[in-house]
Design a protein around this ligand. Structure first.
Ligand code: ZN
Length: 308
């Protein structure tokens, strides 16, 4: 599992050219660097079924060559109330992870939970919202998939259905906004970061998690890393590294408060004999600590601060 709390979100972007019907060729979903660079996208050596990932010559962001039509099909397959329902042990792991993330946000803000209002964007079934509410945070969620949002509300949580932009929250409404495993799904993430900036108080914290392409995992596995596979993980199309994160943050009015990475993997369980997978797990255990220290783990957790 990736280092996620709410699991894969279901943010459906607003697209003006769905395409792909009636024999009209569907356009490529991502035409330029999602981080906002004015630089060419060049072919990388990571070759997927949709074609090689393209790399921004300026920031190193990797993007899928998937068509808009194929992307929309992959996103539509996941709106079900049972989606992302964790097992008991996975549930406990997510709560512990949520508590660590919330504690760091509290320290960065210098506030106690009862003084902090929080919005989890792409909240899925609301696991992170529930963990935050339990600790005394004023926590709400936004989830675009109707059935999943309804399942979260059935748990007694405050979860708004739709896109963040549709909620029309007042400016400077929240102390914390979170985007867990969201930005890698978006062909144009800058608009969402700008909306997060608008609804955050000056000095507020945006927490995001996503994969790290400047990781030993990617160096070792390249196209074999599951995370790159759009159909397997519902629409991953845009892949960050610490440099591209810092650039998109600066371009949307944020400063980087903290970037941490964890975990390394050399072999996917589904693609290797059992003995090789076990051996690679042991090697990955040894690599975890140096990867954490060097910033070369594949799970990236980012704390951004809205400029005061
Ligand atoms: Zn770029």
């Amino acid at each position: 599992m990736d280092n996620r709390i709410g699991g894969r979100p279901t943010l459906t972007p607003t697209l003006s050219r769905p395409g792909g019907r009636g024999g009209i060729p569907s356009p490529r979903l991502i035409q330029r660097c999602p981080v906002g660079c004015d630089a060419q996208l060049v072919t990388s050596a990571i070759v997927l079924p949709e074609g090689p990932l393209l790399r921004c010559a300026a920031c190193g962001q990797l993007v899928s060559q998937i068509t808009t039509a194929a992307y929309l099909r992959s996103m539509a397959a996941f709106d079900s109330p049972g989606f992302n329902r964790p097992s008991g042990s996975e549930s406990a792991r997510r709560v512990a992870l949520a508590r660590r993330r919330l504690a760091r946000a509290g320290r960065l803000l210098g506030k106690s939970p009862g003084e902090i209002s929080l919005i989890d964007v792409g909240c899925s079934r609301g696991d992170f919202v529930a963990a935050a509410a339990q600790l005394g945070f004023h926590a709400e969620g936004v989830e675009p998939a109707p059935q999943i949002a309804a399942a979260a509300r059935d748990r007694g949580l405050t979860v708004h259905q739709g896109l963040l932009e549709d909620q029309r929250f007042p400016a400077a409404r929240f102390d914390v906004a979170t985007l867990f495993e969201v930005i890698e799904h978006l062909p144009a993430p800058m608009a969402l970061l700008q909306e997060c900036h608008r609804i955050l108080k000056p000095g507020g914290i945006l927490i995001a998690s996503t994969g790290n392409t400047a990781s030993w995992t990617v160096a070792a596995m390249r196209a074999r890393w599951d995370y790159f596979h759009v159909a397997q993980d519902a629409g991953h199309v845009s892949f960050f590294n610490p440099r591209s994160i810092a650039l998109i943050a600066a371009r949307t009015g944020f400063g980087v408060a903290h970037i941490g990475t964890t975990r390394v993997r050399f072999v996917e369980e589904s693609a290797a004999p059992r003995w090789l997978y076990r051996l690679s797990k042991i090697a990955a255990e040894f690599a975890n600590l140096p990867a954490r220290l060097l910033g070369t783990g594949h799970d990236m957790l980012i704390y951004l601060r809205r400029a005061p």
